[in-house]
Design a protein around this ligand. Sequence first.
Ligand code: ATP
Ligand code: MN
Length: 145
Amino acid sequence: MFEKILFPTDFSDVSKKGLRFVKQLREAGSAEIVLLHVIDQSNLDVLSTINTAPDYLTIEKEFMSRASEELVVMEKELKELGYNVTVRIEKGLPLREILRVAQEEKPSVIVIGSHGKSNIQEMLLGSVSEKVVRKALFPVLVVKR
Ligand code: ATP
Ligand code: MN
């Protein structure tokens, strides 16, 4: 039922909780997982307007290498559990990229954190998770904070 999982992660604490959940799904018959991190284009745009910041390409490379460091660790842990793992790093708007990758990968389920890096107390869901629930054409499993 949960054969192929799409797991978008922003490396937040809530998302780490999601990872623990995804690991448990292995016992429920999940076999394949696509790990996805989206480098938020708007963060890049904002940072590159700061005069003292390094140039756009340098910032982008730094984001890329930090993301792949995190993903390599997650990939290794999941492989040790017997998962077949695909790692994807995309650049753009998180919501749009998550929906686009879902269309490409056709997962049985998308596992997403209820919140992410902002984790605002009063919000029922983060803006990305809310819109993924609203718009995805695949079942979405929300891991609560
Ligand atoms: P907001 O971003 O609206 O201020 P938030 O950061 O608390 O709020 P979201 O960004 O909606 O919440 O994050 C919810 C979940 O969406 C995360 O746990 C993660 O699964 C996914 N997500 C968010 N941003 C990204 C990203 N850049 N790449 C991949 N997955 C993401
Ligand atoms: Mn966020």
